[in-house]
Design a protein around this ligand. Sequence first.
Ligand SMILES: NC(=O)c1ccc[n+]([C@@H]2O[C@H](COP(=O)([O-])OP(=O)(O)OC[C@H]3O[C@@H](n4cnc5c(N)ncnc54)[C@H](O)[C@@H]3O)[C@@H](O)[C@H]2O)c1
Length: 269
Amino acid sequence: MRFTLEGTTAVVTGACGKLGPIWVDALLEAGARVAALELPGAPASPAFQDLQRRGGDAVRRIDCDITNRASLEKGLASIEKAWETPFGLVNAAALDSPPDAPPEENGPFETYPEASFDRIMSVNVKGTFLCCQVFGGAMAARGRGSIVNIASIYGMVSPDQSLYQYRRDRGEIFYKPVAYATSKSAIYNLTRYLAAYWGGKGVRVNTLTLGGVYNNQDPKFLERYNAKVPLGRMADANEYNGVVQFLLSDAASYVTGSNIVADGGFTAL
Ligand SMILES: NC(=O)c1ccc[n+]([C@@H]2O[C@H](COP(=O)([O-])OP(=O)(O)OC[C@H]3O[C@@H](n4cnc5c(N)ncnc54)[C@H](O)[C@@H]3O)[C@@H](O)[C@H]2O)c1
């Protein structure tokens, strides 16, 4: 079965976030061993703890700050000691401003804090770059691998600020901020650069662009968001699993440098 990842080793960053544990699970289901990278000290969510119980020896949490090359090198060394050089890498770790972030983070563009811009660019762009450098570099040296960089519809198109008008109508100052959108758009050319650079080394690199995942958002937001989506709804958290499995597997052996968009049609309009 060409979709299988049986016997391979994969890395998922942001493994204790909302989607990370779901992708770790999807890769286990396809037969991979998974190194689950997360910030040192970040609590293991119940979903992640459950995964560790069910996955047994096939899941290993590795504490790494993806903005720190030495930390990633240490992580790679421990994966290679326990298993082997990874074949797959899903770059999922990222920062966004949560809806309840301090007002200056969700305020107007003109006063968006420089420090917030640096923090988000550091994790989302530099962190993804460093993971590609360390893990992708090891894959290229071994002559095989597949990397999936996770982007967002807000990296392809601008956030539609009218989706958040309901918050301004109730007196809040709220604009979906600029840094996340800027950082996610950088992922496309990092992917293309590396697909071209490693084309002859057996390492494929692709972007997976996600639409929003349903997470009990405000009904007023949902009504407006869903009206912009041809499929009429936000994604269920497990609806990206098939694409992640596909991109890592040999079924995608001729796919590199691409952007697969799984957004219910949001960017088709
Ligand atoms: N959830 C959505 O609706 C949605 C929509 C579009 C795109 N995405 C993208 O999908 C990916 C996963 O999203 P999510 O909702 O699971 O995010 P999340 O915020 O729940 O999880 C991100 C994880 O990354 C970790 N992280 C942050 N900084 C780190 C660092 N320096 N080193 C190591 N780990 C670090 C966090 O601790 C967290 O566990 C992200 O790239 C996100 O931009 C998500």
